[in-house]
Design a protein around this ligand. Structure first.
Ligand code: G4P
Length: 190
């Protein structure tokens, strides 16, 4: 998505070879006009797939996921990050390890909002190691729901997530594919 790439080049900042900061329009301050266009782009790509629900993980996935859900005219369900296991049968839960943040959490979703009737689109802001996406796929599987695909705003293609999801046969649509980062420099594919 050209406009997104231009925005990353203008306002984003590669801190090092691994981390791209985009706080001015995605991760801290959010640009609603850009989110609308992102939502429309995902909705166009994933149109006609009988998606009845969008799923994301709190917190930075929420803005693009809500925009997508609005364009698809379906509900958005936000997976919560709990610090510990919930000891009731009312939730699907799976542990997700974050390499970037060197921490882990229990990805949690109520059984009220995910079931075998659902055909789900997963939306997230970044794809790095793919751990969050794999966690989302695990809860979808626990619910016997279907995953129609994964939409990613910024994919760091040089990290393992993309390859991993391709190997699982998941349709991943990323709006910006970062080939390489180094301090102050961001390079895209194309
Ligand atoms: P993975 O899910 O693909 O395995 O990624 P990883 O665990 O490495 O990333 C963990 C967190 O770091 C995620 O946010 C992810 O969005 C964020 N992240 C990864 N790479 C970058 C990057 O280059 N720039 C920025 N700004 N964020 C990055 P999170 O912990 O789920 O937190 P939240 O921000 O959504 O609340």
């Amino acid at each position: 998505m050209k406009e997104l790439e231009e925005r990353i080049l203008k306002e984003g900042r590669a801190l090092n070879e691994d981390v791209l900061k985009v706080d001015s329009f995605l991760n801290h301050q959010v640009d609603p006009e850009l989110m609308k266009k992102i939502g429309q782009e995902f909705a166009n790509y994933f149109a006609n797939r009988n998606i009845n629900k969008v799923i994301t993980i709190e917190s930075s996935g929420i803005a693009p996921a809500l925009a997508t859900a609005m364009c698809l005219n379906v509900p958005l369900v936000i997976c919560k990050k709990q610090t510990s296991k919930i000891l009731t049968d009312d939730f699907f839960q799976t542990e997700v390890k974050s390499f970037t943040k060197n921490s882990s959490y229990e990805l949690t979703i109520s059984k009220k909002y995910l079931s075998s009737d659902d055909n789900v689109l997963v939306i997230d802001d970044f794809l790095a190691n793919g751990e969050a996406s794999k966690g989302a796929l695990r809860v979808i599987e626990m619910a016997n729901a279907k995953c129609a695909g994964i939409g990613i705003v910024i994919e760091k293609s040089f990290q393992p997530g993309r390859k991993l999801l391709d190997e699982l046969g998941i349709d991943v649509y990323s709006l910006a594919r970062v080939k390489k980062l180094s301090e102050g420099v961001t390079e895209f594919f194309n």
